[in-house]
Ligand binder design. Structure first.
Ligand code: S3P
Length: 438
């Protein structure tokens, strides 16, 4: 980056002779941070949360739990959250989730426990994201949910209370849907059971267990079933691990910037979050998982620069790397050979249509890429530098940061438009880049 940035544009310079070195702890995991706030808001007692993600998405969830009756105050580096003993209050105003699809979907489940009315709304991107996937099971539990376009799109109007547990098989491989149902299940009559056919991230179950919920996870086919008994939760004390989705940007950057040797510290490597590690290893990356902590489900990742080869990414591994596809596509653009991503139609429903915006980003950098209905085909340059150019992020933080990673391996500066989108999940990305690029 340099100081030429005008307006909402970052100018990212190629690494040149510099490389990524040292140790880096990326921000706290965003998925875990949302859930920690929701669990703490429901719990009895005061939860201590350290290392929460400081992006705008999680800030909105923090404001939401305050609006729902939790009391929040900082103490040193921690946030203390005094819970509501399972009695969230009806909010006095509309709850704003900003850009956060996870925020609105998880909150929809939690506020369905309130005997009252709650309106959830987000920005223009959230307004285009389908909510029927959470509204349908929550309606089966007894919530009344309305929204734009036949109740399918935000703003969502949730009239909750009087819920009954359900037995539900996820029609889409979505941790947000599983989590919304489980949060609603906390306040339902009778048990709630969710069947996941393909494993998706398990943070909600992990944290509910930590908070003393009556929760049981059983293997079932290739996936599992999660059974939750309603009831109180006790306060939690949590140090949020580093976010693997953010670590992935640096892992790819270290692979493609010659001479790099970077250690990413304390990264969450639990269920369905570390697929990018397997993909990069298949691509020949010099990536080692060291210092595993089996209790916190974390590890350090050491990544050194080296040549990459194309691979195929698809099937059951996709939910475990869904947010990492844009930056893996940058790795693919520099690899030797073709990389194919399939089974990833869900990417069309993220902060942007990420199959379209990833292809647009790669082409702006001179790479050859095609979007498919459910994936991408990327022709690698076998290490030849990408082009300088102008990339539109479409307000999508992951496209902006993936473009910045690609810029490090470009012939000249890359202008990333809509750079402020990075504040949704990683406000210190630019600072971390300056610090590690030596
Ligand atoms: C998330 C789940 C994923 C992911 C999103 C965060 C979560 O979405 O893409 O960024 O925290 O549960 P889906 O559940 O829609 O797959």
């Amino acid at each position: 980056m340099n100081d030429l940035a005008v307006g909402d544009v970052a100018v990212v310079e190629p690494a040149g002779g510099r490389s990524l070195r040292g140790r880096l702890r990326v921000p706290g995991d965003k998925s875990i941070s949302h859930r920690a706030l929701l669990v703490a808001a429901w719990a009895s007692g005061t939860s201590r949360l350290a290392g929460l993600n400081r992006g705008a998405d999680v800030s909105h969830t923090l404001d939401a739990v305050v609006a729902l009756g939790a009391r929040v105050r900082p103490r040193g580096t921690e946030l203390l959250v005094e819970g509501t003993h399972g009695h969230l209050r009806e909010p006095e105003a509309v709850i704003e989730v900003g850009n956060s699809g996870t925020g609105i979907r998880l909150l929809a489940g939690l506020v369905a426990t309130i005997d009252g009315l709650c309106v959830l709304q987000g920005d223009g991107s959230v307004a285009r994201r389908p909510m029927d996937r959470v509204a349908a099971p929550l309606r089966l539990m007894g919530a009344r949910i309305d929204g734009r376009r036949g109740g399918c799109y935000p703003p969502l109007v949730v009239r909750g209370g009087g819920l009954t547990g359900i037995d539900y098989t996820l029609p889409v491989a979505s941790a947000q849907v599983k989590s919304a149902i489980l949060f609603a299940g906390l306040g339902a009559e009778g048990r709630t059971r969710v069947h996941e056919v393909v494993p998706v991230r398990a943070h909600t179950e992990e944290m509910l267990a930590e908070a003393g919920a009556g929760i049981e996870v059983r293997p079932e086919g290739a996936g599992s079933s999660v059974t939750l008994q309603p009831g109180p939760l006790h306060a939690i004390s949590l140090r949020v691990p580093a976010d693997p989705s953010q670590a992935a940007f640096w892992a790819v950057a270290a692979c493609i910037v010659p001479g790099s040797d970077l250690v990413l510290e304390d990264v969450y490597v639990g269920q369905a979050r570390s697929g990018f590690i397997d993909v990069l290893k298949r691509m020949g990356a010099r990536l080692e998982v060291v210092g595993r902590d089996p209790e916190r489900l974390t590890a350090d990742l050491r990544v050194q620069a080296g040549p990459l080869v194309g691979t195929s990414v698809g099937g059951a591994e996709v939910p475990g790397l869904i947010d990492e596809v844009p930056v893996l596509a940058v790795a693919a653009a520099l690899a030797d050979g073709t990389t194919r991503f399939s089974g990833a139609a869900e990417l069309r429903l993220k902060e942007s249509d990420r199959l379209a915006t990833t292809v647009e980003m790669l082409r702006a950098l001179g790479a050859k890429a095609e979007a498919q209905p459910d994936g991408l085909v990327v022709e690698g340059s076998a290490g030849a530098p990408l082009d300088q150019g102008i990339v539109g992020s479409h307000g999508d933080h992951r496209i902006a940061m993936a473009a910045a990673v690609g810029a490090l391996a470009a012939k000249g500066p890359v202008h990333v438009q809509g750079w402020s989108s990075t504040a949704t999940s990683y406000p210190s990305f630019e600072e971390d880049l300056r610090r590690c690029l030596k």
